[in-house]
Write a protein that binds this ligand. Sequence first.
Ligand SMILES: [Ca+2]
Length: 443
Amino acid sequence: MRTPLTSTALAALLLACGSAPDQATAQGQADKQPARAQAGAQPPAGGYAEGQASRPREEATARGAPVETGPPNVPGFEPAFAGQTRAPAVKTQTPLAVTEIAAGFNKPWALAFLPDGRMLVSEKAAGTLRIVTRQGQKSAPLAGLPRSDNRDQGGMLDVALDPAFARNGLIYWSYAEPRSGGTGTAVARGRLVADGNAPRVENVQVVFRMQPTLDSTKHYGGRLVFAPDGKLFVALGERSILPGRRQAQNLDSHFGKIVRINPDGSVPKDNPFVGRAGALPEIWSYGHRNIESAALDPQGRLWEVEMGPQGGDELNRPERGRDYGWPTIGYGEEYSGAPIHRSTQAKGMEQPVYYWDPVISPSGMVFYTGGLVPEWRGNAFVGGLSSKALVRLVIDGDRVVGEERLLTERGERIREVVQGPDGALYLLTDAPNGRLLRVAPRR
Ligand SMILES: [Ca+2]
């Protein structure tokens, strides 16, 4: 099925797509190591204008041109249903303005609003949390945080407020925990003392430790989402290296799982695998790759976007006890171009609601419910790293019916997206000098 790229095929590809394949491939590599040679983007012999690989694009064109015009990395894979990839492009009609609130964050990863309008911002590479005022003034790093392993994809990850924060002052954060023999994702909580010149957390308690420990610096996952019933979802990665990847299907491992815990770390009795021999009781869903985007929709249901390999980033709505397929099925391939999956579908494994090939490299997610931009209500927003975009998804009946890439002209890797109390979107850019941006209608 896969043949080397010939110059004839390349010419046909360029004519058919109107876009150089190396642009999409180069973007897809940016957050994904090791990088793949661009010559590895292999359309079928004869190019995309003929043959099965052209079918998904033709379908998409019939429904309206998609925002993605580059060739897929894995042209042999076809969507399981119409609209599973390359949804028609949509365009925000409201004129937008982007304002920089603050800069100088060391690879910021997550943002959470405090009730008084100040923000907690995590700095992945520094292993810190800071408080930032609405005017952009940054506090000193919070004292009292446990040590994190800040190498590579590790460090300080997500931060979230307890649903009863106003009463108990508790915040939760995820981080790469240094351990004997390796690292693992951990979640801790503590009482925030936010006033004065020495902000800190007190009574720190680690409430979750991913098992097992593995000597890998990648794919920690880490997104924290409180469900409407007060349970805490923790979205995890599979640690990237093969000994981790293969555990995404194993219920005796937290790798490649979404776990569901009580805020104190205890296991809810109604979790799907409670009482099953050999299964870790915290597991909610499995077969995930690396989840850095997760959010509740306006109905209170959990959604996630996970980083696929080369090709194959996925939007899923994880349900209790279900298998989301990684690494058995998927729409991507190794960065070398070698196959990972024999098939895109298998019995007993869930299909993604939507997938991207080439990838967007998703991080951060929110469903917009604000009043500032009424046309966005109910839409999902996802940060894009390699795609250097804020990705907007119009969702109807659990299907994606429109996609937009916002802020592409800025050329910044978007790590986090949150809706502020004012109805604006707040973003963090992924850089050693990362920025906090506010996106709102132009005045
Ligand atoms: Ca999947």
